[in-house]
Design a protein around this ligand. Sequence first.
Ligand SMILES: [Fe+2]
Length: 282
Amino acid sequence: MNRKPRRLLTRRNFLMLGGLGVLGTAGGIGAARIESKWLRMTFKKISGLGLERPLRVLHLSDFHASWCVSWEQIHEAVRTGMAQKPDLVVLTGDYVSSRSDDISGYGEALSPLRDFPHCYASLGNHDGRYLPPDSRARQIEAEMGKAGVRFLVNQRVDEEVSGQMLRIAGLGDIWRHEAKPWECLLPAGSDGPLTLLLSHNPDSKVDVEDYAWDVMFSGHTHGGQIKVPIIDWAPLLPVEDRSMVEGIYDWKGRKIHITRGVGCLHGIRLFCPPEISIVDLT
Ligand SMILES: [Fe+2]
């Protein structure tokens, strides 16, 4: 019997494949949107700092309050993190995504911090310039200040935290050309207490190489935000040094902690959920 070869790509099959492709893409985007709200708490440790007692740090970053990151998500990150009873809270910038984003919810979203005495923050590239004439960053500072957050923009404080003296410094953002390490840090080799540096962008490490600090806390990378496992591809990673994405790194005798952050841009994350970081220093 003479059979006609069966055509695999009939019009019907083509339409079905197209439909499956659309559904798969929609499903993938839906899953990525869900993942962007799936807060994960991580616990890490940095040892060898010479502290008399362990010091627990809650590190949150990149809230990106916007159409795709709700006040509830930010509040949940702060509330859940504070339940771990940190000694110190550090926030490392990108509190909004654009100039038009609403900031009026910050006072309430950060309410778990209200009676907490040791919460410091630095600014990110999305927060606007701190220096005049752009006062956007100052508006953010004022709103978050209602919850007790103290901003350090090229400033440092020496403060006793849980019975131990710490130096906490905050660097202006390098993409905003506002980083002035000479205003907030002493030269490398200077005496002083353990120095924690808050700096949004981990690439700033080269700007502070010649200054005295021990541990830098950064965000900015969002952990890559969209990652392809196995080949370890992160197309959206906004840093020059792509070897530092998330976690704890050794760098020239110092430590750098990078958190994936609480919010994100564009409302999607893939294989890279938002993070509430607990870092125990000893
Ligand atoms: Fe960010």
